[in-house]
Ligand binder design. Structure first.
Ligand code: SF4
Ligand code: SF4
Length: 92
């Protein structure tokens, strides 16, 4: 089981130095996690370090394919409110 970085990663480098398994590497179009190396940080940390530091909601999926930092978890803005505001902005 492993975590996965997806398209919304902004290549900020924050996670790469924190991985205790050297599982994260710079690649294009976005950073990637080597599933064979990812240990989910078990035995090293209580929480997955990449998820703890990543500033982008949804950029990392947990081993179940779900956003490890789901919408609203970092910004505190609920997804419904975000959608409402974006609709208002686009309507201008
Ligand atoms: S969960 Fe831990 S071991 Fe896996 S990629 Fe993230 S920091 Fe590395
Ligand atoms: S911390 Fe998040 S946004 Fe930054 S490189 Fe890692 S996965 Fe991408």
């Amino acid at each position: 089981m492993a975590y996965e970085i997806i398209d919304s990663c902004v290549n900020c480098w924050a996670c790469e130095p924190l991985c205790p398994s050297q599982a994260i590497s710079e690649q294009r179009p976005h950073f990637r996690i080597d599933a064979k190396k990812c240990t989910e940080c078990e035995g090293d940390y209580a929480d997955p370090q990449c998820v703890s530091i990543c500033p982008i909601e949804g950029a990392i999926l947990n081993p179940f394919g779900e956003a490890a930092n789901p919408p609203g978890s970092l910004t505190g803005i609920q997804p419904e409110r975000m959608a409402q505001v974006m609709a208002e902005i686009q309507a201008r």
